[in-house]
Design a protein around this ligand. Structure first.
Ligand code: NAI
Length: 267
């Protein structure tokens, strides 16, 4: 399927996990990719894999909390590939600590990556996305990685949940603002359930530690058992949703949230 043929996409946090898988899938679907991350070696490896499979990709160092890095990353997209059609705000960090135990420094780090990063990406990519939209029948797209923890409360990770709740509503607000201004940039969020990535493992480990254990395996099994579809998610489950929201197949989706969680929040 080549539903992203001719599209240029920039994905933050694309060195590994959900972002890495989304970059590879979107390249298979015809997009030209700018893979951006703070993990330079892993990011370059992702680019190599895309190229080896016949796709087009470049790597750029991007710390999403730094305005100047965003400017460079967007220049790489427009300089190398001529435009920017899609921004995926995927970079994120997790801290699984209770309210009374998390430090102000840890909270500031969560906010900087999970919220400031999304704000800066949206702000700095908007002019290029708006420009590309002028010659695209269905406009440009932003896809924000929120979480089910940004839809329902989280008794175990309340601060992470606060940042993702912010992403959920910022998605809707930016869709409304860009709509009002006639930018033709669709903005949607995706809400993964429990996905097997480095971050997924961090969530299992945080839960295990609360019971005084260093073994995430029993928690992993426990969580898996509570998912109506009967298994944990894998990055490709989410990448398929990201590629859909980025594509013209989602031409009439705007300010919406796509839940991909195996039924975890259905109850
Ligand atoms: P991951 O930890 O495997 O990958 C996150 C990527 O973001 C890494 O490559 C990391 O280097 C990058 N990153 C971190 N800080 C950065 C910064 N300041 N600037 C640029 N890149 C940075 O995590 P995963 O699971 O792939 O998560 C991707 C997104 O999906 C995140 O926003 C996460 O919150 C969200 N998510 C993940 C879930 C899961 O169960 N794994 C569930 C719900 C949402």
């Amino acid at each position: 399927m080549n539903r992203l043929e001719g599209k240029v996409a920039l994905i933050s946090g694309a060195a590994r996990g959900i972002g890495g898988e989304s970059a590879k899938l979107m390249a298979r679907e015809g997009a030209w990719l700018v893979v951006a991350d703070v993990l330079d070696e892993a990011g370059r490896q992702t680019v190599e894999e895309i190229r080896a499979a016949g796709g087009q990709a470049d790597y750029v160092h991007l710390d999403v909390t730094r305005e100047e890095d965003w400017t460079t990353a967007i220049e790489v997209a427009t300089g190398r590939f001529g435009k920017l059609d899609v921004l995926v705000n995927n970079a994120g960090v997790f801290i699984g600590k209770p309210i009374e135990e998390i430090s102000l420094e840890e909270w500031n780090k969560l906010v900087a990556v999970n919220m400031t990063g999304v704000f800066l990406g949206t702000k700095l990519a908007a002019p290029a996305l708006r420009e590309a939209a002028k010659s695209s029948e269905h406009g440009s797209a932003i896809v924000n990685l929120a979480s089910i923890a940004g839809l329902v409360g989280s008794q175990l990770d309340p601060l992470y949940s606060m940042t993702k709740g912010g992403v959920t509503l910022f998605t809707k607000s930016s869709a409304l603002e860009f709509g009002r201004k006639g930018y033709r940039i669709r903005v949607n969020s995706i809400h993964p359930g429990v996905i097997q990535t480095e971050m997924g493992e961090q969530t299992f480990m945080a839960r295990a530690r609360r019971t005084g254990s260093n073994d995430p395996a029993p928690v992993r099994q426990q969580v898996s058992d509570t998912i109506p579809w009967g298994r944990l998610g894998v990055p490709l489950d989410i990448a398929k949703g990201v590629a859909f929201l980025a594509s013209d197949d989602a031409a009439y989706m705007n300010g919406a949230g796509l839940v991909v969680d195996g039924g975890f929040t259905a109850a």
